[in-house]
Design a protein. Structure first.
Length: 382
């Protein structure tokens, strides 16, 4: 199973609460998939698709970022994230700090205000939430806490849980998906068998394709384990090339009248096509958002939303990804393309990633790739 990766990119996708009752039988429980350190995925041109992390209809974002959409890539050598800072109009809106024991991610803390001193990354920064990646319950992947509880002190036992992620096991003890538990159940005690699952995600790879499904209901039998009648909310199909890399990623917003994913009446929302150079390294990505005049998806007249290209420096390091909107010709990588934003990765003398910055607007000089370009987020690594 692919673990969720919180705090990626422009959106801090928190605070979705959904309540459908879990009917998972009790019995022997295995530890499931343990939390792992966060590394950026080296082989993909894009960050993970944001729509695959949480249902888009229920996301609430940082208030100043709500009108922005993800546009940037992150291609780098594998390093541990240290901090992530989100900006709007030159001002810091939130700060994420990653903590580790060795290379094991233990906590991600989000701060929403610089505190009384007005200076970020000092002791009085105001915590808004945190992700606990080293839970005492061995079955839990991680837990998100949304406020400091009655004692008004963060990182204590009464902190208020937003939700937690845990593998969902079948009767044989095998993992069928990752459950997001959003309510503590009738006993009002978290981390036991009566907790409510808000949604369940599954992911399976076979025959050079990966199928990802998000379920928002347990179906008529009220049993999440019987996937056939579960209520499908969103789903995605990724086809892989001979090297196991993404070739096309299609995201669907509705399973159609039959209620089944991956059938002919599915409602496609968008898709990405990925390209690679002769060394099998990612170099281009095109996103399509409509079927064009022929009303057929995956044909030559599909409507292009964005075009991304990755470039390397003299040391062959992937240093910059530029995102374009196609111009009047509706064709990527032609002279009428319009820059939409860009992402820069910076490396040290040992060719290890140190910083990643994404810019969504040129500054006062109205010229891209100059020192006054406007940041949307910045990350540091170690």
């Amino acid at each position: 199973m692919k673990p969720m990766t919180p705090g990626i990119g422009v959106l801090v996708a928190l605070f979705l609460i959904s309540c459908s009752q879990s009917n998972i039988p009790s019995g022997p429980q295995s530890s499931g998939t343990k939390a792992v350190p966060y590394f950026n995925n080296v082989k993909l041109l894009d960050d993970p698709d944001y729509a695959m992390q949480h249902p888009t209809g229920g996301i609430t974002t940082n208030k100043s970022l709500s009108n922005l959409t993800p546009r940037f890539s992150n291609s780098d050598r594998s390093r541990l994230l240290s901090t992530e800072v989100n900006y709007f109009d030159g001002n810091i809106q939130s700060l994420g700090v990653y903590q580790y024991t060795g290379d094991q991610l233990t906590r991600l803390t989000w701060y929403g205000d610089a505190g009384i001193d007005g200076i970020w990354q000092t002791a009085d920064d105001v915590v808004t939430s945190y992700h606990d990646h080293s839970p005492t319950n061995p079955d839990v992947l991680y837990t998100i806490y949304r406020n400091s509880g009655l004692d008004q002190t963060w990182f204590t036992e009464d902190d208020d849980i937003l939700y937690y992620y845990k593998p969902v096991l079948n009767a044989a003890g095998n993992t069928i998906g990752i459950g997001t538990y959003t309510l503590a159940g009738e006993d009002n005690i978290w981390f036991n068998d009566d907790d409510f699952i808000g949604w369940l995600t599954t992911e399976d790879t076979a025959n050079n394709e990966t199928r990802w499904v998000m379920y928002l209901g347990a179906g008529a039998d009220n049993n999440w384990l019987t996937l056939g009648d579960n209520q499908i909310y969103r789903f995605a199909l990724t086809t892989l090339n001979a090297d196991g890399q993404r070739q096309r990623h299609s995201f669907f917003q509705d399973p159609g009248i039959d209620g089944l994913a991956f059938t002919d009446d599915d409602d496609l929302n968008y898709y990405h096509d990925y390209s690679y150079d002769t060394l099998a390294r990612p170099n281009e990505n095109i996103m399509y958002v409509g079927p064009g005049t022929d009303a057929l998806w995956y044909t030559a007249d599909d409507i292009v939303r964005s075009c991304k290209t990755l470039t390397r420096d003299a040391n062959d390091l992937p240093t910059q990804t530029v995102s374009y909107r196609p111009g009047p010709d509706q064709t990527c990588f032609t002279t009428d393309d319009i820059i939409w934003g860009y992402h820069d990765d910076r490396f040290n003398a040992a060719d290890l990633l140190t910083d990643s910055n994404s810019y969504y607007r040129p500054g006062a000089d109205n010229t891209w790739f100059t020192t006054d370009d406007v940041l949307i987020y910045a990350r540091t690594y170690r």
